[in-house]
Design a binder for this molecule. Structure first.
Ligand SMILES: C[S@@+](CC[C@H](N)C(=O)[O-])C[C@H]1O[C@@H](n2cnc3c(N)ncnc32)[C@H](O)[C@@H]1O
Length: 246
């Protein structure tokens, strides 16, 4: 039963509905992919082994980033993820000498074991932490578990791209002015009302926006990049990305 549920929607975080939507939205998502590519290109991962958490089919994952690793262990709860990831990236990765090992596993619940099994690997949370709230009851618990990750990951090279807020917009195609496309600020700015208001206004936010409870994933001084994502024409997300070298 859980297998079937995860095929269809992976607890509201992925599955068939995600893949169909991602496939249809490729053109609209392209500017965000470009910003993700720029962010990842600036990282020099100190290990050639990556634990990729929530990579799905890698719809928003630049191939150039994946091919920097010799070995990737990809963890996702979605049974379709291995097949679609290999379809999208597999052949080129094999040709470039990268091996991918897929695991159908809740990587957040089993994170300490994964870290112990792979003591030298880097870890990348690939737009998954913002979905923790859809699979876990209680906002306080979700926020606490996400904030505790940085303690669990102490001493490791790791990073994350995740949703911070999402909600309806006025349907604009591009935010007004290139300067609003991305922001490079310490993580603590995410908690400032003036900063969030500026970001929301720049994408034409309307009505009520959801908080994905991720503002404490990174320590206050961690340098982060904020990226807008036109998830649907009238429904956008603000994503935050950061990387920590141990
Ligand atoms: C928004 S999608 C990420 C998409 C991916 N970054 C891409 O480029 O296509 C979130 C993914 O995280 C997976 N996921 C959610 N919670 C998870 C968990 N606890 N452990 C492993 N995977 C999880 C979902 O199945 C889904 O594939």
């Amino acid at each position: 039963m859980s297998f079937l549920r995860d095929v269809i929607h992976a607890g509201g975080t992925g599955g068939l509905s995600w893949h169909v939507h991602a496939h249809r939205s490729r053109t609209r998502w392209q500017p965000t992919l470009h910003l993700i590519d720029q962010f990842l290109a600036a990282i020099a991962p100190p290990s050639d082994h990556l634990l990729l958490i929530g990579g799905s089919a890698g719809w928003m994952m630049p191939h150039s980033w994946l091919s920097r690793f010799k070995r990737i262990d990809a963890y996702d709860i979605d049974p379709l993820a291995p097949w679609l990831f290999d379809w999208r990236h597999g052949r080129r990765l094999v040709a470039q000498g990268t091996t991918v090992h897929h695991h159908r596993q809740d990587a957040l619940q089993t994170l300490p074991d994964l870290l112990a099994q792979h003591p030298h690997a880097c870890i990348w949370f690939d737009n998954v932490l913002g979905q923790h709230r859809f699979r876990t009851p209680g906002e306080t618990r979700v926020e606490r578990e996400l904030a505790e990750l940085k303690t669990t990951l102490k001493g490791r090279h790791w990073g994350s791209l995740h949703d911070v807020w999402s909600g309806p917009t006025d349907g604009r195609l591009l935010p007004a002015g290139l300067n609003v496309w991305s922001h490079h600020v310490p993580a603590k700015r995410g908690a400032e009302a003036a900063f969030s208001q500026k970001l929301l206004a720049s994408v034409g936010a309307q009505d009520v926006w959801h908080d994905h409870l991720t503002t404490q994933v990174f320590a206050a001084e961690t340098q982060t990049t904020w990226l807008p994502w036109a998830f649907k024409p009238n429904y956008w997300h603000w994503l935050q990305a950061g990387w920590i070298n141990a």
